[in-house]
Design a protein around this ligand. Sequence first.
Ligand SMILES: [Zn+2]
Length: 276
Amino acid sequence: MTTNAPLSKSAMAREARKRGERFFQAPCVRHGEQPHYASTRACSVCQADRNAPKNSAAAERYRDDTEYREHVRDTGNKARRKRRENPDYREAERAYEREREANRKTVDPAYVRHLRAKAVNGGAVLRMRKGKEARPDTAMPSKETLRECYEFALRAPEGCELDHGCPLRGVHPVTGKDTVCGLHVPYNLEPMTKRSNTIKRHFFDPENPLEFQKPYNSFPGGQFHGDHAEDEFMRYTTPTTLHIMTMAEFKEAIVEGGNADMHEFLLRLADDAPEL
Ligand SMILES: [Zn+2]
């Protein structure tokens, strides 16, 4: 047998068992590259498919059959009692769980991404909840928002840090005064390199925001506006450093410009009005 011939699944399973692993990675005819059980050589997705009818039948029975439900609960209680009474058993079980977790992290990249996305939500909620400035329930993100953040974080580029463009509690870099309470929403989540995140920290200067910090709320693309403004769209599609308006410039361009237009319009209206 040549050394670089591909191993059969049985051989791969045997090798995995020898290493003490529960899974090995192999191609499945139906599902492509997937984790396989070292114990049975079965593709984990195929196995889940095979188990699905049995599992859903059991769930239905648990719901409808009182006697069966009592039996299942009884079994669980017995196991818990056994665990409580025997510290060795408890420790062994924990060690098994730890190992299983570590193993899953090595064979299942989707699981690692899931954990990372979950941590983005968990960290934010924790920070909003703690300390004197803890936000009231009404100011906490809704379940739907958390779900959206999770989905966003799940698809973030590999190797970047995901943090809030406008910090959850933003502080002026010079005066140290509170300047902003950023929202935990997908459009405030910014994938950034570790270095950018280190520069940003928890600072927010409203007059001189960093490129990815959306300064004001009142125009499209502002911090609380879900859609991308045109200039933001450019920011993501052209490699230029984009100018973000300060409040003074915004007033001059939009508010004062609008007032001037309205003034002109009223004058024209007065001119066109029929003589009484
Ligand atoms: Zn399969």
